[in-house]
Design a protein around this ligand. Sequence first.
Ligand code: NAI
Ligand code: MG
Length: 806
Amino acid sequence: MAYGPAPESAGAANEWLEQHGRRFGLFIGGSWTPGSGDTFETLNPATGKPIARLTQATESDVNSAVGAARDAQPGWWALGGHGRARYLYAIAREVQKHSRHLAVLESLDNGKPIRESRDIDVPLVARHFYHHAGWAQLMEQELPGRVPVGVVGQIIPWNFPLLMLAWKIAPALAMGNTVVLKPAEFTSLTALRFAELCAEIGLPAGVVNIITGDGRTGAALVAHPEVDKIAFTGSTEVGRIIRSATAGSGKKLSLELGGKSPFLVFSDADLDSVVEGVVDAIWFNQGQVCCAGSRILVQEGVSERLVTKLKQRMETLRIGDPLDKAVDMGAIIAPVQLEKIQELVRRGEEEGATLWQPSWSCPQDGWFFPPTLFTEVSPAATIAQVEIFGPVVVLMTFRTPAEAVELANNTRYGLAASVWSESINLALDIAPQLKAGTVWVNCTNVFDAASGFGGYRESGFGREGGREGLREYVAWAGQRGRGEAGKREARASSKVTGQKRRSVKTTRTAGSEDRDLPRFPASPLPPINRTAKLYIGGKQVRPDSGYSMAVVDSSDRLIGEVGQGNRKDIRNAVEAAHKAAGWARTTAHNRAQVLYYLAENLAARAEEFGERLASFSTAAGDAAREVELTIERIYTYAAWADKYDGLVHHTPYRNVTLAMPEPIGVLGIVCPDESPLLGFISSVLPAVAMGNTVVAVPSARAPLAATDLYQVIDTSDVPGGVVNIVTGNSDELARVLAAHDDVDGLWYFGTAEMSAEVERLSTGNMKRMWVDMGQRRDWFDRQHGAGEEFLEQATQVKNIWIPYGE
Ligand code: NAI
Ligand code: MG
């Protein structure tokens, strides 16, 4: 049966374009400015013809936009949660009122089928603003102690232009930030229409600024010193550039990058649903989806049947005019993208995979590519590894669930995965084993504002949506917060900490005379000289270098030696930490028990540790307090081990969406120099409590406080390899950890210069970084030396979507 065309009218969209003379400037500080740069054309991918001329924002335009956002930020925050909620609600209503107009404009500019822009993109945009209006309202009570980050620079791709704008702008505004957003150069029109909607509802000038342009504009925004955070969605390649460019700047960063998401089909799956799932996974938006299910992994027994069914379905897909309501697939964004797809498909054939495409042919105007299936694909083939970002899917087979998991995780990415099986047991056994930020069970490519979305591994970090997504747009009062409000808070609270510090000092002086506290006078006798080895895989080992380093006390007397660890020792420690990954699968109750035992064993040797601390510059009273607080801190994380719960998100489908905090994996932790025992425990224990395994580099100044812990760790049933300790030059070891591709995250508590350097070195595998930028933490303080911030940094949230009912 042939379908007649059922076109949606482009009339209203064209009228709007004509009103603007098909030429657009920049939206800065609430009004349109012509900008100072060149102009460029935006094209209709279905015809290849120009739609309008846009402005390339220059550095000076970026500067004006950031200035406008900066000026607007204190007022926007001061408006309060309810005030901001009113505006976000008004934006949501306005999007709904203009939904058809926005959908048509999106399809014209991007080439996506109107069915998708009308039924998926735009409704989700409205939903995102409604949902975050709620978070604005609730911020004060639900996120106590948090303040806006300040001015946020946001850079988005062309595949979901308005939806990515909503994902970026809604949470930022809800949390009291102001934004400068740069849409992709191929698809800026809906963002410009959105700017008008903001003006129409009377959003205060400067809260939302929209500047157009290509990567040069993006780079200028990233580099601007008055930007407090960058949020980026796009290619992993540009993500890396941005990671390096922001290293050491103190800018908060979230990156949502590419993927090569697996689509796992077990033999008991309902194959008809699976076929529709594949259509949604890889032919939605012509496959130009970061989380596209582009690798079908199917269990051997049903592979042939699935391939037959798929081919039948592919024959019935309709490709053509995006504005035709009966069309399933539209056009590819641009010639450059089409060529990239064609090139990778050629590569696939050259490398021996079998290509299959339906018998019909694509329209000749515009940039189209047919749905494509590759079988006989080797897991190492280019098309099995590289993100194609087009309507091309590869199919591979597996025998056992274990093999399925191995194949699924055989990628540098980790954005999403879907699992198809009628057995809930099997699906929920597989889901936690997949390295991906989202796992869809018997569904795929479903999104909602209430659920976090974002990557593991080289798919980036940070979440968008859900409670977990809000973290990206807040700072802790008094800690970071470079925004005006944040700065104010920081000033206010540094006064508080200043006082606290002073009172700590008073205790210190008082403590040395305090009769109630045990005293550890410096011994008049020469101390016993001990040489500590490294602690790797639960064993004390000699450093590879064969060298040791002297450790001196506060009066410069030699009190011991520690091994001088090097690259090879770090490599061994990382390997040991990977071997101990089973720690993540022990029950949280068991992890808590081990930590309580650790506290108990440390308490038994409290006096000895107090003496050790007193031998460094620490006053006797303080040493006793540090040991006491260290024991308490272990209790804190033993307590948290089984209480840092996930959430069940209310996504508006017949679904439960489980948001599960999972450990990051192997964490490198370069411990602070100050408070050598408390600082070591305070940084290592939250990571361990959450199920990570750790390679720790103790304070270089006072490493014996950590090396003395070897026996305590040994006697506390901490499995070998969970905590590895490598002493030595901590800067040098930090560099090795930062550059190591099998280290999943790095925490660095030290100087600003080294913070910058380790961030720059981290781009190889895009590891999760947490650096202190030389801001010394008061480890004695229960707010700043412990708590939720550490637990958030020790985990990443996986959202598992489980449908129920029909
Ligand atoms: P891209 O990563 O270059 O573009 C994304 C955004 O970043 C655009 O707004 C662009 O103007 C901006 N940008 C480019 N260079 C920049 C820089 N140095 N600093 C700051 N901003 C910069 O992606 P592109 O070139 O459009 O597509 C290339 C490939 O990336 C695609 O073939 C696809 O594989 C992948 N991609 C992945 C996306 C995802 O959502 N994961 C989205 C878009 C593309
Ligand atoms: Mg376009």
